[in-house]
Ligand binder design. Sequence first.
Ligand code: ZN
Length: 354
Amino acid sequence: MSEKVAAVPIEEMNASVLRARREIVLERRPVPVPASDEVLIEVSSVGVCGSDVHYYQEGRIGSFVVDQPLVLGHEAAGRIVAVGSDVDPGRVGSRVAIEPQKPRLNSPESLSGRYNLDPHMEFYATPPVDGAFQQYVTIQSHFAFDVPDSVSDNAAALLEPLSVAIATARKAGFTVGSRVLIAGAGPIGIVTAQVARAYGAAEVIISDLDEQRRERALQFGATRALDPRSDRIGELGLEVDSFIDASGAIPAVQSGIREVRAGGTVVLVGMGADEVPLPVPVIQNKELVLTGIFRYTNTWPTAIELVRSGKVDLDSMVTSEFALDQAEEALRAATDPAGLKAVVHPQSLAGAEA
Ligand code: ZN
């Protein structure tokens, strides 16, 4: 019997709710009750992602449409405050990072090891599943990963975008001595550059239209930064082992593919144009492998180790921090090229008394 029993410490919480496009309201909501295999987490930090901004500004991402109130935020960490009936009560008090997905583990995709592709996936902040811009969330116990004290709350939250970069690294085959080209020096481009270096890449070349972003990429481990307006990307003969698009920009995808060596790999990570004309003869004649990534599987242990060991620095990526009732400001900050990563702290309120 899977009764929903848990000693939930409080009954109501603050939640930042997207009610309509560009309209976020602070609501009082019941604290979720963990199912038998879940834990209840008091959320400490939530990173703001490009996908949150898309839902806020456009109310949709492709076929995912916000047609009822939605809590945004899927890059989250916190502390376990209660557990479901089947979970070890010894977990209460643990600081954890959340892998924000709930696949159906008996689907063919999950059974083949690719649970990220499970069609029955419930994923935080993807309609109709609420995310973490609220004081408490639940997740299955196995997707709440203990983090060491040396990993801060903010870094624990940003293990999620780091996981995207690790999934990318695996697809691209980053290894010792790799030469990598990355288009786009936003949060995903920067964290992917860091992961490439951590995996031993010899050269990490990054391109971005914005000068500040190029500078920042160099600080985070890129070995060379290109300006797509003046550097003739596509004609440089870089012959990189892999090209990662983290921009979603059509010219970046088209020119980056032309810089890959024969037999190399292209990974499309950035979300932008839905349709991109590709240089088909280049892909054919060089037998390039071209793929996308959709989230991640089994990346948190690797992510935790990369941060614990100091090989990846997530704390320095945080450029602004906000209270829960400042979620809209946080979403706006996430689109400012002068910043890199905005973080929301759901336990704090900036304005009215709690
Ligand atoms: Zn994200």
